[in-house]
Design a protein around this ligand. Sequence first.
Ligand code: GLU
Length: 423
Amino acid sequence: MVKVRFAPSPTGCLHLGSARTALFNFLFARSRGGKFVLRIEDSDRRRSHQRLVEEILEDLRWLGLFWDEGPYFQSERIEIYKRYAKRLLEEGKAYKQQEAIIFKVNPTRIRVKDLIHKEIEFDSSMLKDQVLIKSDGFPTYNFACVVDDYEMGITTVIRGDDHISNTPKQIMLYQAFGWQIPEFAHIPLIMEPEGGRLSKRYGATAVKEYRDKGYLPEALLNYLVLLGWGKGEKEILSLEEMIRRFSLYDINRTQAVFNIDKLTWINAQHIKQLEDERLARLCLPFLQRENLASEEDFDYLKKVVALLKGRIKYLSQITELSAYFFLPAHIEYTEESRARINKIGKDLWRELIEKLEEIDNFSPDEIERVCRQIIASRGLKGADLIHPLRSALTNMSVGPGLFELMSVLGKKKTIDRLKCIIA
Ligand code: GLU
């Protein structure tokens, strides 16, 4: 059985690169009926923070990347590392320097079979002796990592390319202990379009920032899996489909270039697929934060999101796209809206209000029939009424179908808002 692990250091929040590493581990385990272990590498006491541990766990749960075992905490395993270091000390493979324990490096050639990069070769004569336990009693990353991967029965180490240089150092330790070396798969890092590793300078890198902006977890995972993987046939994938299609061998060896427009497009596709109920649930907190809607508006909100679904690229846009459904009758119009509204006279607005008031069933068809009647009787073009009317009701020049929108807005809100115009 394969067993993999995701081993974040809580020295920063979960960023896209580490989320992608977690995803690949998760997919590998799920697609092979294996186990996915979570290990928190918090042995660097000064740089690790409990708050970040909690954030990382929360982000992983939000993404749906549930682990089967752990989380293990390296900070709780210090005695284990000391015991193994002592063993190397006793076997003459390490020596003491004050309180620290140092591994003796013998010059040899080390070959790493990498599932993505094929074979990588290193010459250990370039390496200095390696610290195993620092003078403060805490292990170094390379040492703790090897001890844990061995103890936890990890069969395949899937991690970022930035760890390639650590791999020979770790292999030397496996050899010194006489342990079986796991398989390695170093996945290419996420790069900026102009080159260089994806960084904050370029834009949001933290998973949390995307979550706050209203990206869906399934869309983020979908984007991350496509980034440098896949054969381009089908792009919108559910987690189940990703598991079914995933293979480490299909990961490109070249670096993956981040593209926010592609991510946003994928997000919009996933939003379109959501059921109204779920989309409304997800949108509500954004509207609550702006005091636009509350739980009581939920049924109304369901109709609103059904109407706007195709226009939402990320959830936080809902406040801007739907504000007019929730605002009081009187709205502060933009210059542009006011100009459009003033193109038709008060008597026309009055007639429209009267005719709308006569409608019993405020359906899109009925509303359209009334509007067309007025347009025809006054010898207008459709746009002469429709554009000012849209501006009057929404303070916007584009949006969903006007008659559908009015029907959702409802008879009372529609008429109240129009009355504010003639007042
Ligand atoms: N703690 C390391 C990191 O966050 C993990 C490296 C590994 O997966 O071996 O980069």
